[in-house]
Ligand binder design. Sequence first.
Ligand SMILES: Cc1cc2nc3c(=O)[nH]c(=O)nc-3n(C[C@H](O)[C@H](O)[C@H](O)COP(=O)(O)OP(=O)(O)OC[C@H]3O[C@@H](n4cnc5c(N)ncnc54)[C@H](O)[C@@H]3O)c2cc1C
Length: 468
Amino acid sequence: MPGTQRSWWLREALALEGEPSPAAALVGDDAADVVIIGGGYTGMWTAWFLAERAPGTRITLLEQDICGGGPSGRNGGFVHGWWEQLPYLARLYGTERALEAAHAADEVVDGTAAWCDQHGVDAWFVKSGYLRVNAFPKRPRDWDGELVRLAELGDPGQLIGLNREEVQRVCASPAFGEGLMMPSAASIQPARLARGLRRVLLERGVTIHEGTVAQRVRREGSGMVVETRDGRVTADQVVLAVNAWIPGWPGFRTRALAWGSYMVMTEPIPDRLAELGWTNGELLSDSRFTISYFRTTPDGRIAFGAGVGAAGLGGRIGRTFTHSQAAIDRVIANFRHLLPGLADVGFEDAWGGPIDITADRFPEIGSTHGGRVLYAHGFAGNGVGPARLAGRILAARIASSDDPVASLPLFGRRQRFLPPEPFRYLGAKAIREALIRQDDALDEGRRPGLLTRIVARVPTLLGYRFRH
Ligand SMILES: Cc1cc2nc3c(=O)[nH]c(=O)nc-3n(C[C@H](O)[C@H](O)[C@H](O)COP(=O)(O)OP(=O)(O)OC[C@H]3O[C@@H](n4cnc5c(N)ncnc54)[C@H](O)[C@@H]3O)c2cc1C
């Protein structure tokens, strides 16, 4: 039953911490230099880099739940940069600037590992690469074009094409065809990273209020004020690090939409992993639109997720994102399809959460209110690593530091808006269902129907980029 308890990752991390009490909620008036709304990776990395770049800055972080209670404590733990995005970045900014951005994004992997070492956070970091496999039986996937493009852009080797035999050596599933390997990717226990960040921020003197919903942000005099149910904080600057909750904020309603992603955790099956030869901790995914992503844990479990949850309506993040048994049934069906030899394996946990999608499936990092409100969101289910880069960029902007990431073209980029509600919800639902039907047909080795193919192409025709 999804939604009845916190994710397996977060329960494991909280048990390790000795089941701490949440930080006190905000009651009454407070003042800070910077208020950060959202205690996920984006908010916490922003606080961390700000504390580093501008020591003495009074930072207050408001989280409606507990830090890591949102997607940052429930995700798949795939950490990687933007090598797959490099051709798109090159289209937006030209080769040189795109490479700068991709290298900056690559830092997140080793940077996270180094940060964990430095601060005694054991986040189960394993750098074994990320392999995307083609599991459509009758549609060979030719990644050569992407590899040639990467080589032309000047960074061959960041993605490597593997034939079926090479893929089988990573994980011997009969469902897998050829694959694309990103060697620089790593896996982590996501909640251990989130909770480690929280501990270090408290040690650094950051004020954290949990159980505190920021209800409104407005100007007051020459500064800003953030209002909550029982209090308010005045500050010079506010950081909105609310991820999939962003469409609920005025000014951001057409900037992103939320979709659900759900995960299951198997019982420990180390012997079965050994039979598959999947013992080095590689991250795996398929190439469906509602991507299935799966990885192992040190005690021999498989954490398996898929972006199969429904689209959200407006800015509401309700039970569809956490309580859908239908979504979990679908995740389990995908598990059995991709790993048919594990049909008898039991599942010990299931949970879900929202991911936020912008019109081009790429994050938005910028500011509004004359630079007094900064934001970063739109990681599209790929934020574990990039949220660190976003936090670094926001902190550099606030601290006016000379960190080179501050001048990357990512800050303040303009992108297409999504349609307003209810058209966004209805359109996203119809298109999403068509893309799922299309992939179902390909999974069964059939050609998708004409209507399905037409609807599935609508986003591209309208200039949106929903598929990676
Ligand atoms: C099931 C699942 C699997 C995923 N797997 C991966 C993966 O393997 N790799 C990857 O790169 N990405 C993955 N993602 C995406 C990744 O988790 C996110 O991109 C990343 O955690 C974003 O961090 P964040 O800090 O921006 O957002 P969040 O972690 O969502 O943090 C935002 C926080 O803001 C809080 N908040 C919202 N509104 C308010 C308010 N008004 N007042 C106070 N607090 C508020 C929320 O409670 C939340 O804690 C996955 C996501 C899901 C749901």
